[in-house]
Design a binder for this molecule. Structure first.
Ligand code: AKB
Length: 319
């Protein structure tokens, strides 16, 4: 059966790359990119793009029926740092968007749904090193609470309505295609732009704040591999732990200095330090490895090399 894929949030950090990866798999015209703001030319000129608000239930269901959508990737969310500034609006957006998609999918029979969870579902009472798939989860951020609630709803719709919803607890994602979007881990994106532009960076986290991170190509491949895995292999109905590279600002700065020796970092922790201190330092992803063969491919050096090269190209193309 022909697959028609709806991507909600194609202008965001994950959506801007996942849309292109899905178009490579399913064909450009079969992947409908949507967002509340215009997406990149790479997306709007390679296949269908529509302005669409996932909170507009009527327009959403008309869109899904009109374009015979069979799979939905819901990537719209307010990330951790921004969510603390507007708690109730962030909760509203993060939860209403998911509930709209879950209920619409049950009603019209969507075959598969992807929804991103996060390491933010863990809190200060969670074991922080090699955080297990099943463990204590007492998040103390709006974003983390919304992601934990979302995981429970995904499992509920999986069990009650047999909806095939699949999810990944993304660590901090690092990419060069879009700039940082209000997350606590986004220092690890901003630092590369600042290193190229100013050979320096003021970091909003302490030097020894170790967090689980992942280069975007690994995250995109992990997402498509999860979505293409045999349904019988997918035993986790909430969200999978996935691990990439764990590092702290000092270690990242030292890696950048291998390519830009004159790079200087300073530290000025802000409100996001408390969020980072409540998150794991590393993740145990053995369940994803065993159930559907997940394996990360990028290390810190390889990621740093590519990030600096690609961001340098972006600056040079603006000249
Ligand atoms: C954030 O920092 O809020 C996100 C996340 C870890 O989910 N990048």
């Amino acid at each position: 059966m022909k697959e028609n894929i709806l991507v909600i949030g194609s202008s965001g950090q994950i959506g801007s790359e996942l849309t292109l990866a899905l178009r490579n798999i399913y064909g450009n015209d079969n992947v409908f990119a949507t967002d509340i703001r215009e997406s990149s030319k790479e997306i709007t000129q390679s296949g269908p793009f529509h302005l669409l608000d996932v909170l507009d239930e009527k327009r959403l269901i008309h869109f899904v029926i009109r374009y015979k959508i069979t799979q939905i990737y819901l990537l719209a969310a307010v990330l951790s740092g921004n969510a603390e500034k507007l708690p109730l609006q962030a909760w509203d957006i993060n939860m209403k968007s998911l509930m709209n998609i879950l209920d619409l999918s049950r009603e019209v029979g969507i075959k598969k749904i992807f929804w991103p969870s996060s390491i933010a579902v863990f809190g200060i009472t969670t074991p922080r090193v090699n955080t297990p798939q099943l463990t204590i989860m007492e998040p103390n951020t709006v974003y983390g609470i919304s992601k934990l609630a979302g995981e429970r709803w995904c499992e509920y719709y999986n069990n009650k309505y047999n909806l095939d919803i699949r999810s990944i607890r993304y660590p901090g994602l690092i990419s060069y295609k879009t700039e940082a979007g209000g997350g606590t881990t986004d220092y690890a994106v901003e630092i590369f732009y600042s290193a190229i532009e100013k050979k320096s960076y003021e970091c909003f986290l302490k030097p020894d704040t170790t967090l689980p991170m992942m280069f975007m190509p690994d995250a995109i491949r992990g997402t498509t591999e999860l979505m293409e895995a045999e349904k019988s292999k997918i035993k986790v109905k909430s969200s999978y732990n996935l691990s990439g590279i764990s590092f702290n600002p000092e270690e990242l700065s030292n890696e950048i200095k291998k390519f830009i020796p004159e790079f200087k970092i300073t530290y000025n922790p802000d409100f996001r330090q408390k969020i980072a201190d409540s998150w794991p330092q590393s993740i145990d992803d053995s369940v994803a490895k065993n159930e559907w063969g997940w394996k990360s491919e990028y290390d810190l050096n390889k990621m740093t090399d590519i990030m600096l090269k690609e961001i340098k190209k972006k600056f040079e193309s603006k000249v």
